[in-house]
Design a protein around this ligand. Structure first.
Ligand code: ADP
Ligand code: TRP
Length: 330
């Protein structure tokens, strides 16, 4: 059975290898077998008061990066959240069934209160209501989310159940998290530490130009080299092998593993190889990005068609919700 999949994409910052291998590459595969709705969550972005002059450019750039990486408007519904006013209306209705206490207990809310105590706005508190509406308005059955979003998805299920119970209907399915199983991957940073992430400042971006990208990889942390045959890998070297196994041919990985085992490995060559193989993956995406970002006409068409499809689906659910709640036309 085809699932209805919904995923919101944050419109902050550029996409890095971690985003690509951890999420985006799966999105690209998912759209083959499911009815997917992918949208840029620009209303959610407002909770942190972004600069109005930059809001649109951020949305545009991130949209172009997702298209360049393989999200396909012919296969999926790709849209901008704020282009679908039905979402805002249903958000208002949904909030009548959502309790302040449960929102205040959300980990992401507590975290924001700690990080931006000067801007604890109501939108921030009701972030999970809006996210639930994003999902329920298309009656999604699956939602691909990272660990940090699992609690929001749990609340979405709770709100769906509650709505169904209050009105004695079976309107909303309870969405499950989309599980990539053994394919779930953590891309490490090249600074020898934990994961690659924007806040870690250790990212290889999909749109990095050749030269700076090579430079970043050549600066990757290593160690003094294996002292004796078959030594265990230190963390930085293991990280480099993890990245290599994502971007290089299996034979190449084997070759370097063997060179490590017999102590003939030269980290300079190792890193050069990784850089070139990363570029083989990222260059076609960067080139497509450079074309798409110039092509206003194309992007306008993509979001127009996306908004039409998303609105059709959203309007249907909203009409049902209004009817269930008792709104009638005179
Ligand atoms: P970041 O803030 O680090 O750019 P986000 O937290 O916005 O990334 O995550 C966006 C998506 O990318 C999530 O689905 C997350 O699981 C995935 N992701 C981010 N970093 C990595 C990583 N290093 N390895 C695997 N997946 C990642
Ligand atoms: N909250 C998600 C994030 O920060 C983005 C998001 C908004 C989302 N609405 C969604 C994700 C609906 C999945 C489904 O990454």
């Amino acid at each position: 059975m085809r699932d209805i999949v919904v995923s919101g994409i944050r419109s902050t910052g550029n996409l890095h290898l971690g985003n690509y291998y951890g999420a985006l590459r799966n999105f690209v595969k998912m759209q083959e077998e499911n009815d997917c709705f992918f949208f840029i969550a620009d209303l959610h972005a407002l909770t942190t008061h972004p600069d109005p002059a930059q809001l649109h450019d951020n949305v545009k750039s991130i949209l172009a990066q997702y298209l360049a990486a393989g999200l396909d408007p012919e296969k999926s519904t790709i849209f901008i959240q704020s282009d679908v006013p039905e979402i805002s209306e249903m958000y208002l209705l949904m909030n009548m069934h959502v309790y302040i206490g449960e929102l205040e207990r959300t980990a992401s809310f507590k975290d924001k209160v700690r990080k931006q105590p000067e801007n604890v706005n109501a939108g921030l508190l009701t972030y999970p209501s809006l996210m639930a509406v994003d999902i329920l308005i298309h009656k999604a059955t699956k939602v691909p989310v990272g660990k940090d979003q699992e609690q929001h998805l749990e609340l979405t299920r709770r709100f769906a159940r509650r709505f169904n119970n209050i009105y004695g209907v079976e309107l909303f399915p309870e969405p499950a998290s989309y599980n990539f199983g053994s394919e779930s991957i953590k891309v490490p940073g090249l600074d020898g530490s934990g994961k690659m992430g924007k806040s870690e400042g250790n990212c290889i971006y999909l749109i990095d130009e050749d030269k700076p990208l090579r430079k970043k990889v050549m600066k990757a942390v290593t160690d003094e080299g294996p002292k004796e045959p078959n030594s265990p890998l230190s963390q930085p070297i293991e990280n480099l092998f993890t990245v290599m196994s994502l971007v290089s041919e299996p034979e190449v990985v084997e070759q370097y593993k063997a060179a490590y085992a017999d102590c003939s490995i030269r980290y300079g060559d190792f890193k050069k190889q990784i850089a070139e193989d990363i570029l083989k993956v990222t260059t076609p995406m960067r080139e497509r990005y450079n074309e798409i970002i110039k092509d206003e006409e194309y992007m306008r068409k993509v979001v127009k068609i996306g908004a039409e499809k998303a609105r059709e689906s959203a309007a249907k659910t909203l009409a049902e919700v209004r009817k269930i709640m008792g709104f009638k036309s005179f």
